[in-house]
Design a protein around this ligand. Structure first.
Ligand code: WQD
Length: 341
């Protein structure tokens, strides 16, 4: 029988790509989203890619009754939980809003999921941000977590711990946390992608918006870091590759292949790329010149972080496949699509 996967936050950037890959792999998907940080663009794009309308429930996971109703209405075998606030700076200004939203929604979900007849599998979307600044690179899942530098990062750590402790205590649930490095790009159809509200904080949306003329100039935050070209190093992971990791993790849970009841996997390429390298690759693959300048360092940025993805490669049978160039071409095609060009 087909298994049903609930994707909370399924109308967002990562959730929409994951939904497509889950459907391609033969799962039934239910999307639930409160639409607090997105519009219907990605949901409509998902339906266009798949050629069918997917079940969509507009709801807030902080509303316990709504979560109970969702589980009563659909036979949910696994949940992938994306529904959360994600802006680092905003979380510093509004910590209580972040703690309330990101923790209450996840606790509600776990409380309901654990009582489901037959149990439930829970995949939590975590972040490489839990590693903080570290000089032992690349980072493995065993690398120590540093204390979080923002309430946002803290909610990721806390939700990981809540999942770990719940899995230990309650027979009804199993859990996986995926720690994403820097997800970028868009679906090759250019029908779904990243839609930041206001001025983007992240590098690639800022690059594409500058290229299309929405922003005047990209600021490269710092060029005297102790790296080869002086700019920060990150592990940029293609969004479709990232989405496929979720399918592998869900299959591992549903097929009973987990080695422990709670598992953590890094989802990255293992390849460090500097800000300047990324900008140059974007210019080259898309045949354009980007207006950029060197600006002061951004407070809170770590110099360098990239993944050791060995565990995900071996245990999930997953590997990042797309090149940075392919990914940046897809990001540009998406920017042009939303600009109507
Ligand atoms: C990448 C590099 C910047 C913008 C953040 C969150 C993390 C996460 C992903 C979230 C850095 C440089 C950026 C710009 C620049 N998860 N940069 N000019 O900071 O690695 O991670 O996003 O949901 O939790 O912290 O990603 O894309 O912001 O920055 O030079 O206009 O690009 O300094 O070196 P980051 P990013």
């Amino acid at each position: 029988m087909k298994k049903t996967v609930l994707v909370s936050g399924g109308a967002g950037f990562i959730g929409s790509h994951v939904t497509v890959e889950l459907c391609n792999a033969g799962y039934d998907v239910v999307i639930a989203d409160n639409m607090s940080n997105c519009d219907e663009t990605n949901y409509n794009g998902v339906c266009a890619i798949l050629g069918k309308k997917l079940p969509f429930v507009k709801m807030d996971f902080c509303d316990r009754g709504a979560v109970e109703k969702l589980f009563a209405d659909y036979p949910i075998d696994a949940v992938i939980h994306f529904a959360a606030f994600k802006a680092v700076g905003e979380s510093v200004a509004e910590p209580l809003m972040y703690y309330h939203n990101n923790l209450v929604s996840f606790i509600n979900l776990l409380e309901v999921a654990r009582q489901r007849k037959g149990g439930c599998n829970v995949l939590f979307s975590s972040s490489a941000t839990v590693y903080g600044e570290t000089d032992r690179l690349p980072v493995t899942e065993e690398s120590p977590r540093q204390s979080a530098t923002s309430p946002y990062g803290n909610t990721k750590q806390m939700c990981e711990d809540i999942l770990r402790d719940s899995v230990r205590a309650y027979a009804g649930i199993k859990g996986i946390a995926l720690r994403y490095f820097n997800p970028i790009g868009a679906h090759p159809s250019a029908l779904i992608g990243e839609l930041p509200r206001g001025v983007p904080n992240n590098l690639v949306p800022f690059i594409t918006q500058t290229a299309i003329g929405k922003r005047e100039c990209l600021s490269i935050f710092g060029n005297d870091y102790p790296t080869a070209d002086g700019t920060c190093l990150r592990d940029y992971i293609d969004i479709v590759d990232l989405a496929k990791a979720h399918v592998c993790a869900v299959a591992r849970m549903l097929d009973g292949r987990m080695k422990e009841e709670y598992e953590i996997f890094n989802v990255g390429t293992g390849r460090p790329v500097s800000v300047l390298e990324l900008v140059n690759a974007f210019e080259k693959v898309n045949g354009l010149k980007l207006n950029y300048k060197i600006a002061p360092c951004r407070p809170g940025d770590v110099v360098a972080i990239w993944a050791d993805p060995t565990r995900a490669n071996k245990e999930l049978g997953w590997k990042a496949e797309r090149s940075v160039e392919e990914t940046l071409a897809a990001a540009w095609a998406w920017e042009k699509h939303i600009a109507g060009k």
